[in-house]
Design a protein around this ligand. Structure first.
Ligand SMILES: [Zn+2]
Length: 419
């Protein structure tokens, strides 16, 4: 007979599969709020890249950023995150220490950085990280070439071949902005968003040409899509990580998720980084995704609450290729689940329909318990494994160092990450 190790009374709660953040950059959490209300190119060139150039290789920067991100996510009901950042072994250590499930991106970018000097070195460092953690059941891996405008075609082809033989996902930014598509189609090299290809075409067409469109592709953003490109995504079963808040904050545009879902495309949800969102809150993303979709479609019936909930759970697991272990509450899966209080305070009662209550009224602070692989990581809304006071002190100390070096958010330098 089955004897439970733990018995919990959660009489006013909904038990859900843990939420899945399908696109984020945990290390950037230390830049939360450093520069807001700026267009993407200025924000990247004058704030994000210079700060990364100065700090990512510093001892503890990526690890403290990842810890801050994981603490925020896990207490808000996120049990899996799909990460892309420098020194991914830092996020791996944090995931192991905190008990989180992670899909760690083996970052690849077409120029030298503090992390690696060549495509060969990016690939070999990623491979070593994967090898080191090959037996960890909560750590999963994906190739994470940053974007078409930072990775050249020959590197894409190598990554495609590696993915074809290993079966690992390829996680990248794609069609984030109008300029990325227009500059690539006309090969306008004056634009930082022009893809690193000799072919004058939109990046997704170039991906098609190179054989990169398949169910192993996780394409973040996709705000610019024609009907033909949506059909292509459906035909090749491309996964989309929709980042509604980040796109809205940077005025990048709107991913037409109602059309994608109609076409049968798997759409998951991502927060993007805390530097462009500014929170790693999947409850907020569910609501935002549903509301934005209704307005883009001009139709209040599209993306109902149940669909938003599925995008934040099972669709995320499918996108990341880990739906055999997480994403739904099912015998045989790993026990990644959360308890969400309902009908317990003025802001979450009454409850007529649980799915609507979760998506439109609940907030992440209603999450009381979080389990990953059966381990109780958040209990009665408190961390079991994270010293939050110490973490907040470390984050403040990084903020002081960043502000000291970049009091007015930096001059333009050639650079690096995120988009
Ligand atoms: Zn991103």
């Amino acid at each position: 007979m089955y004897a439970p190790r733990l018995r919990l009374d959660r009489m006013k709660h909904v038990i859900l599969p843990g939420l899945i953040n399908s696109h984020t950059h945990t290390g950037m959490t230390l830049m939360r709020g450093k520069a807001d209300d700026e267009p993407l190119s200025k924000w990247l060139q004058e704030t994000v890249w210079p700060i990364e150039m100065a700090f990512v290789a510093s001892d503890g920067f990526c690890e403290d950023g990842a810890m801050l991100a994981v603490a925020e996510m896990v207490r808000g009901g996120v049990t899996t995150f799909c990460d892309m950042y420098w020194f991914p072994e830092a996020a791996a250590r944090v995931a192991l220490q905190t008990g989180m499930r992670a899909v760690l991106g083996m970052i690849i970018i077409g120029f030298p950085s503090a992390y690696a000097g060549s495509i060969d070195e990016y690939l070999s460092k990623g491979a070593s990280m994967m090898e080191e953690h090959a037996n960890e059941t909560r750590l999963h891996f994906a190739y994470a070439p940053h974007a078409p405008y930072t990775v050249p075609d020959d590197a894409w082809m190598r990554i495609k071949n590696l993915s074809d033989s290993s079966g690992l996902r390829i996680h990248t930014h794609l069609h984030e902005t109008r300029d990325e598509c227009a500059a690539s189609a006309s090969l306008n090299r004056d634009s930082m968003s022009c893809h690193q290809s000799e072919h004058a075409m939109r990046p997704i067409a170039n991906f098609h040409r190179m054989g990169l469109l398949n169910k192993r592709l996780i394409a973040a953003h996709m705000t610019q899509l024609t009907d033909e490109e949506i059909a292509l995504c459906a035909e090749f079963r491309v996964n989309i990580a929709h980042c509604a808040s980040s796109n809205a904050k940077l005025a990048s545009g709107f991913c037409p998720i109602h059309k994608l879902l109609d076409a049968g495309v798997n759409v998951a949800l991502g927060t993007d980084s805390a530097a462009s969102n500014n929170s790693l809150d999947l409850f907020a993303e569910m609501k935002m995704a549903a509301l934005v979709a209704k307005n883009v479609a001009g139709d209040a019936t599209v993306v109902p609450a149940a669909v938003a909930l599925r995008m934040a759970t099972l669709n995320g697991a499918i996108a990341l290729g880990i739906d055999d272990v997480t994403g739904s509450l099912q015998a045989g899966k790993a026990g990644d689940l959360i308890c969400v209080a309902m009908d317990t305070h003025a802001g979450n009662s009454p409850v007529f329909d649980v799915r609507s209550a979760l998506v439109y009224a609940a907030s992440r602070t209603d999450v009381t318990d979080v389990f990953v692989e059966g381990a109780h990581l958040v209990k009665d809304s408190s961390f079991e494994r994270i010293d939050e006071a110490d973490l907040v002190r470390r984050a403040q100390s990084w903020a002081e160092r960043i502000n000291e070096k970049f009091p007015t958010a930096g001059a333009s330098v050639p650079g690096v990450f995120e988009a």
